[in-house]
Design a protein around this ligand. Structure first.
Ligand code: PEP
Ligand code: MN
Length: 360
């Protein structure tokens, strides 16, 4: 992809003094619901009104969307409020209908990005149009699959592009519905610094009270915008009830966010500094999480040693680990002294954990 600058023309032309905001219900439910939410969101920072028409649910039997009928409601939103509209497309037939109904922005869902067949079908169906197309990350943390989807669209002549980070599904239980893996988003920006990157804190968190926090992290990491699900009666929404916020709550979130504008030299300096700090925070959190996991494994080793009646400290194993880590550290620009001090501390914590298990 040669000219990545042109991908963000659509965003630059909006000339926003705040991050791009795409908001609206997870699903269009009824005409009344769609219009009421749209009216409550008009005259706010919201730039695009979103609503899912075709809802790809993980398992059948749940509400699967109102279908093409909902596109007429989105047209009414545009006519009545002046807001631009956005919906998800998952195949060529969806694209055709969305184009016929003059939807302004299309996004491709996480369950579609995983399939190169679907991505190619959508790219072919969009050829020759100037729609804005945003590609959500695939459900699994696979950067190539995500980039590949965007490249397919670009190759079909779609130049108004962007990516949406909606987190990744995992078998581990975490506080997130889909873990953000910020590191991957940082790598993504390294590869395509000009491609607009939008954060979807709704699907990352799955819980409305975490949305402000995740949105702030995203803005600190230089994301260009947010996609937030909003419903006037979130608890009774037909899909994703726990994560939707009322229009009033959304307005409050936008007020509470610390938004940094790049205007003066000093602001620019602070922005760069904050971006780097946010990256460090992500890595520090990862370190703590990994160390916690390491100690849990130590606990398991402790129980094994208890059953086998084996001593906690085994110096040969310890020396072997240290030797390997010193070499590993050297390759990563870390001094021997630092590695020794750090691993001594880790080892001590590990012994404490195992002794606790042995004494229990
Ligand atoms: C959505 O935005 O409502 C949606 C279905 O998201 P995702 O593809 O991220 O699961
Ligand atoms: Mn949803």
């Amino acid at each position: 992809m040669e000219n990545t600058k042109e991908m963000r023309t659509w965003l630059d032309e909006l000339n926003l003094d705040h991050p791009l905001v795409i908001a609206g219900p997870c699903s269009a439910e009824t005409e009344e619901q769609v219009l009421r939410i749209a009216h409550e969101l008009k005259d706010t920072d919201v730039n695009y009104f979103r609503a899912g028409i075709w809802k790809p649910r993980t398992r059948p039997g749940n509400f699967e969307g109102v279908g093409a009928l909902g596109l007429k409601w989105l047209q009414k939103v545009k006519a009545e409020t002046g807001m631009k509209t956005a919906t998800e497309v998952a195949n060529a037939a969806h694209v055709k209908l969305a184009l016929e109904h003059d939807i302004d922005l299309l996004w491709i869902g996480a369950r579609s990005t995983v399939s190169p067949f679907i991505m190619q079908e959508i790219a072919d169906a969009l050829e020759g149009t100037d729609k804005i197309v945003l590609v959500k990350n695939p459900i699994n943390p696979d950067l190539s699959l995500w980039l590949g989807g965007i490249e397919r669209l670009y190759t079909s002549g779609i130049k108004n592009l962007g990516a949406i980070h909606r987190g990744f599904s995992t078998y581990e239980k975490t506080k997130y519905r889909n873990i953000p893996e910020w590191q991957l988003a940082i790598e993504f920006q390294d590869k395509f610094p000009d491609l607009p990157l939008i954060n979807d804190p709704s699907h990352i968190t799955g819980k409305r009270d975490m949305i402000l926090d995740v949105s702030q992290t995203a803005l600190d990491l230089n994301f260009d915008g947010l996609m937030i699900e909003s419903h006037y009666d979130p608890d009774n929404a037909w899909s994703d009830a726990a994560q939707q916020v009322t229009p009033a709550a959304l307005i409050q979130i936008m007020k509470d966010l610390k938004i940094r504008k790049e205007s003066s030299e000093e602001v620019e300096y602070n922005t760069s500094l904050n971006t780097l700090r946010a990256q460090i925070d992500v890595i520090d959190n990862n370190l703590i999480e990994k160390l916690g996991k390491r100690m849990k494994i130590s606990d398991s080793i402790g129980s094994l040693k208890k059953d086998g009646n084996i001593a906690v400290l085994q110096s040969s194993r310890w020396n072997e680990i240290l030797g390997k880590m010193i070499l590993e550290g050297e390759q990563n620009g870390l001094s021997e002294e630092f590695i020794l001090r750090m691993f001594k501390a880790i080892h001590q914590e590990s012994i404490n954990h195992q002794e606790k298990v042995l004494k229990s």
